[in-house]
Design a protein around this ligand. Structure first.
Ligand SMILES: NC(=O)c1ccc[n+]([C@@H]2O[C@H](COP(=O)([O-])OP(=O)(O)OC[C@H]3O[C@@H](n4cnc5c(N)ncnc54)[C@H](O)[C@@H]3O)[C@@H](O)[C@H]2O)c1
Length: 315
């Protein structure tokens, strides 16, 4: 552990694995991938080609080359010479357990083995690793990992501090923004924060407080703009003016903010709510194809990522 990463293995090349492979190639690394799905190799090459223009726009490392991608016939072969392994197989505990046992047996001892898992915790499959369970970490990306910098890094009960340090350093080196979770928690940090917002958004829609389009606008044309630049605590610190977050929380507005937490609701599980939200989103899309919206979103996101990288005063 701790040695420079030159060769990465990407295990599972669906939506997330293909995006990770693109990110690693753009960082100038050798990538060996594997996925048992029919036609997976061709799909992966097509995904990398599709992601490449965005990666070029963000900025490729000098040695970046999609030609440095190879496809192995199985997971054990893929990790044989890896310095770092990123697993993105199905979100299924039994599959992760079997897969990690294979990866741990086949990967060189110095290689950290990371899982992209959104909801399964490292401690739930780490004990299937008979050789070096201390090198198993969570490295949870955000879709699409080739564009979004955040990576949530966490250890399981048997993970070493050295493995966490190696993973954090590796992701920083390739231009990602890793955060370290000191405890395992279902859904990690960012998805739990999103879940809190979604819960209230669905509740407000069900209560008929505003239309689906207007609830979306309340974020996308409101606080969401700031949230792309600063997190909830720093935003609150700035809202407190010269008194900062402490002054704000100790003011009547702070008390009122806390009172609002107690007033938040929960949506029902009425299938009619799903239908109503889906119809509201379709109305808001107004006949535009999803692919058109994704392309426009990613184009603006790339500009934002570039500007953020230049704005050194932002944390
Ligand atoms: N979709 C997201 O937004 C998102 C975001 C962050 C993390 N994740 C996590 O990433 C992982 C992959 O999610 P996804 O959305 O790419 O799923 P996906 O279904 O698109 O891809 C999973 C891939 O795993 C392959 N696979 C099946 N069995 C396998 C095995 N035994 N070994 C290796 N590969 C195998 C499948 O052929 C498929 O290509 C999951 O753990 C998920 O929780 C997903």
């Amino acid at each position: 552990m701790g040695r420079q990463v030159e060769r990465v293995a990407v295990i599972g090349t669906g939506l997330i694995g293909a995006s990770w492979a693109s990110a690693f190639l753009a960082a100038g690394l050798d990538v060996t991938a594997s996925d048992p799905g029919d036609g997976a190799a061709e799909r992966l090459r097509a995904s990398v080609a599709a992601h490449w223009p965005s990666l070029e726009a963000i900025g490729l490392r000098p040695a970046a080359d999609p030609g440095r991608l190879t496809f192995a016939s199985n997971a054990a072969e893929a990790v044989e010479h890896a310095d770092f392994v990123q697993e993105s197989g199905p979100e299924d505990r039994a599959i992760k357990r079997d897969l990690f046992a294979v990866l741990d047996a086949a990967a060189p001892p110095h290689a950290v083995i990371a899982s992209s898992s959104s909801t399964i915790m490292v401690s739930e499959f780490q004990d299937a690793c008979a050789h070096h369970p201390e090198r198993i970490v969570l490295a949870h990306p955000f879709n699409p990992p080739h564009l979004i910098p955040l990576v949530e890094v966490a250890g399981g009960v048997r993970t070493s501090a050295a493995a966490i340090d190696t993973a954090m350093a590796f992701f920083r080196t390739i231009g990602k923004h890793p955060i370290h979770l000191k405890k395992e928690v279902r859904g990690h940090v960012a998805n739990r924060l999103q879940a809190a917002l979604w819960r209230e958004a669905f509740h407000l829609a069900e209560q008929g407080v505003a239309s689906v389009a207007d609830i979306d606008a309340a974020i996308a044309h409101g606080p969401g703009l700031r949230w792309a630049l600063l997190g909830p605590f720093m935003n609150l610190d700035l809202s407190g003016g010269s008194a900062g977050i402490r002054g704000l929380l100790n003011s009547p507005l702070g008390a009122a903010t806390r009172a609002m937490w107690d007033d938040l609701g929960a949506p029902s599980d009425d299938p009619g709510l799903t239908e109503a939200i889906a119809a509201g989103v379709a109305d808001a899309r107004g006949g535009r194809e999803r692919a058109e919206i994704v392309a426009a979103r990613d184009a603006v996101l790339i500009e934002l990522l570039r500007r953020k990288a230049d704005a050194a005063v932002l944390p």
